[in-house]
Write a new protein. Structure first.
Length: 239
């Protein structure tokens, strides 16, 4: 028995449907960025005071640096707020290929996806990033740091996004196992490759020469991935 809305479509129609979803997401994101941009300056100062030791001043080293920092901050904030809508549009794209019981299962787990995303972002913002930055600044060898707003925020944003996405791994794994895209054995076989890729990416996208942020991100991914394997085994036994 085929999924209720499943039918053979030419590649052009699949691409057209995907393009429609991407355009909708883009329009909503652009509108959100436009709204948050006017408040970005004050929000960046609050963000700065949270992740860095008290009294650290904001420095700008290029004419467009403050503008780009505000734009990037607006994008990240909009993404965090509108994350459920992005996931909803992606779900609508794959929905026709799912059976009714698979749709119910996915819709049940999608709210957990956003909750875990917020947990990851919150953990990074309130706990991890402030500590990483404080430890990293111990390597200044007594020199007074003049921190670039762009480089500092970009480094923090990468950790924020990494934590938010890492907390998605168990949800995605459970859904993928439930709809029979992967198995717990597949997850086990790919674990070392995943860890190596994550470490390489963390090393190249973070600016922490101490290596602490890379190790923290890798440790989190390992925990989430191993949890995913355990949950996948449970799902297979229930199935």
């Amino acid at each position: 028995m085929e999924p209720p809305e499943d039918r053979e479509l030419p590649l052009e129609e699949h691409l057209a449907e995907l393009r429609k979803r991407v355009v909708r997401i883009s329009i909503v994101m652009i509108a959100g960025i436009g709204i948050t941009f006017r408040f970005a300056g004050n929000l960046i100062r609050d963000f700065w005071n949270t992740i860095l030791p008290e009294g650290m001043k904001i420095y700008v080293y290029a004419p467009t640096e403050w503008f780009m920092a505000q734009l990037t901050f607006s994008f990240i904030l909009t993404l965090v707020v509108l994350y459920p809508y992005v996931v909803y549009e992606l779900y609508q794209f794959v929905k026709p290929g799912l059976y009714e019981h698979e749709r119910r299962f996915v819709k049940t787990f999608l709210p957990f996806s956003y909750v875990l995303f917020l947990v990851g972002v919150g953990l990074a913002y309130f706990v991890v990033i402030p500590r990483i930055f404080r430890v990293a600044m111990m390597f200044n060898m007594g020199a007074k740091p003049y921190l670039s707003v762009k480089r500092t925020l970009y480094s923090a944003f990468k950790i924020l996004v990494a934590f938010g996405l890492a907390f998605q791994i168990p949800v995605l794994a459970v859904i993928a196992v439930r709809i029979r895209l992967i198995t717990s054995k597949w997850l086990k076989d790919k674990r070392l490759i995943v860890y190596l890729v994550v470490f390489i990416l963390a090393t190249n996208v973070t600016l922490d020469i101490s290596g602490i942020s890379q190790l923290v991100i890798l440790a989190l991914v390992v925990v989430m991935y191993e949890l995913s394997i355990a949950l996948a085994k449970v799902m297979e036994k229930k199935g």
